[in-house]
Design a protein around this ligand. Structure first.
Ligand SMILES: [Zn+2]
Length: 242
């Protein structure tokens, strides 16, 4: 997936960003002369925070998802970043508001919305050389979901991926399968199984449980086993992964 409008991205200074970092710098007891800080919001489509030290200057970028975040959240983010650069363990109490914010359902929902708008969808073609994913979707939908699952966009990835067989991105509501699997020697059950797995992600959206995000819940795993050729498909994927 490519990011759209890369050249239209603008940076905006974080109001009060530099003094905020100075304060946190002092609170963490970082060594040496305090540097100067330049703190900006940047149009990341996820909650990415970056920090870069160049001589006397420290450049920080917050995702603009944090634009409306309350001050303690920004302080927590600052503590994490400075902790990284100065090898200080930031106190839990300082970091917690940021972690809370990052994990909250509202933040995740905003992140998904933003990604939906920002990520240009590579014209994902469901029809590969050997497997037609829309056709497979319809079959699986009928067989395992009573035909009730709303069809997201589906397609083959534009490149071979090294790490994943498939992925479901709720932002653009799109399932992509690794085009490495669109080959004659790959049995159809393996492609179906990966697609089925991603379809289960459509059915069971990632949710919060305590402090962690659950994407493969117990129910998810149980339902996954209903796939008729589960064991065979897993064996094939193990082989392909090597
Ligand atoms: Zn999964």
């Amino acid at each position: 997936m490519r990011l759209a409008n890369a050249n239209q991205r603008e940076n905006h200074p974080v109001p009060g960003g530099a003094p905020l970092f100075q304060r946190v710098f002092t609170r963490l007891g970082c060594d040496g002369r305090p540097p100067r800080f330049r703190v900006e919001f940047y149009a990341y489509s996820s909650l990415v925070l970056t920090i870069r030290r160049r001589e006397e200057m420290i450049y920080v970028r917050f995702s603009d998802l944090l634009r409306r975040a309350p001050r303690p959240v920004l302080e927590g983010a600052a503590a994490l970043l400075l902790g990284r650069v100065y090898r200080r363990k930031a106190p839990r109490s300082l970091v917690e508001p940021y972690l809370e914010y990052a994990r909250s359902d509202r933040t995740r929902a905003r992140m998904n919305r933003m990604r939906g708008g920002r990520v240009r969808l590579a014209a994902a073609n469901p029809r590969g050389e050997f497997f037609d994913l829309e056709k497979l979707f319809e079959d699986l939908n009928g067989k395992y979901f009573g035909g009730e699952l709303q069809r997201p966009r589906i397609g083959w990835s534009s490149k071979n991926w090294r790490r994943q067989f498939g992925c479901y991105d709720p932002g653009p509501n799109q399932i992509l399968l690794n085009r490495r699997m669109d080959r004659a020697r790959v049995p159809q059950c393996a492609v179906e199984y990966v697609l089925f797995h991603e379809m289960l992600h459509v059915k069971h959206p990632t949710r919060r449980s305590g402090c962690s995000l659950v994407s493969h819940s117990k129910e998810f795993r149980a339902e996954e086993k209903r796939f008729a050729e589960f064991d065979r498909a897993r064996r094939v994927l193990d082989r392909l992964a090597r």
